[in-house]
Design a protein. Structure first.
Length: 224
């Protein structure tokens, strides 16, 4: 099966499984989404959603966050991974938003990427989910599934993003980003996953890939 045919079938299957794609991070504004996505690095969405209500009760705008002390922010997000670094970045990014953008989140991916703690993936999520601009944020999970499914042979998320953008229609990018994440969580874990029983891997992955992952995760080590 050609890569484009595979992509078309995967897209159809994901839309059937996930016709509605709610944003997993709770927020009420582009700024709250920006903060939530920045906090989600190396942390589960569930944990972020547990922490952000107390944070947003105190500082839910760049102007309010810019006035916070880093130690105050760190205390509010202490349960989040990398809290010391993230607290510094949140305050610095808020101060930049106030100084350079009138306290508003810019709807421009290049400008977003200049903010402290905001990388390409975070900026892409904000562009797609806050402003509705087609983007295809690729994290390590989407990178892994794209490789399993034979949609990309890239060694990094940047090239995987370029590959996926070539084979999926631009109008589908925003939903597909979330649909692939939802599918990975429900059906397609990173380890000890029998690809032959997966709704997509079972037909999209090569026999070679199936064998390699089976050997890695399930085959008993030889004695002797």
């Amino acid at each position: 099966m050609k890569r484009q045919e595979k992509a078309d079938r995967i897209g159809d299957q994901l839309r059937t499984l996930y016709p509605e794609v709610p944003i997993p991070l709770d927020h009420t504004s582009p700024y709250e989404l920006l903060v939530a996505v920045a906090l989600s690095a190396q942390t589960t969405d569930k944990k972020v959603n547990e922490v952000t209500p107390n944070l947003f009760a105190v500082a839910n705008t760049p102007a309010l966050m810019a006035e916070m002390q880093v130690a105050e922010v760190r205390e509010l997000i202490r349960e989040i991974g990398l809290a010391p670094t993230k607290s510094k970045n949140l305050v610095a990014a808020a101060q930049r938003l106030v100084k350079s953008y009138g306290g508003e989140v810019p709807a421009d991916i290049d400008e977003l990427e200049t903010l402290a703690g905001v990388g390409h993936k975070t900026a892409s999520v904000v562009m797609s989910q806050a402003f509705g601009v087609p983007a295809f944020p690729v994290d390590t999970h989407i990178h892994r599934l794209a490789s399993r499914w034979g949609l990309s042979a890239a060694r990094n998320v940047q090239q995987t993003e370029r590959d996926l953008k070539k084979i999926f229609p631009r109008a589908q990018w925003n939903d597909l980003h979330l649909q692939i994440i939802f599918f990975g969580r429900e059906y397609c874990p990173a380890r000890r996953h029998d690809l032959s029983k997966c709704p997509i891997c079972s037909w999209a992955a090569t026999k070679k890939r199936m064998h390699e992952e089976w050997q890695r995760d399930f085959a008993k080590p030889k004695r002797g």
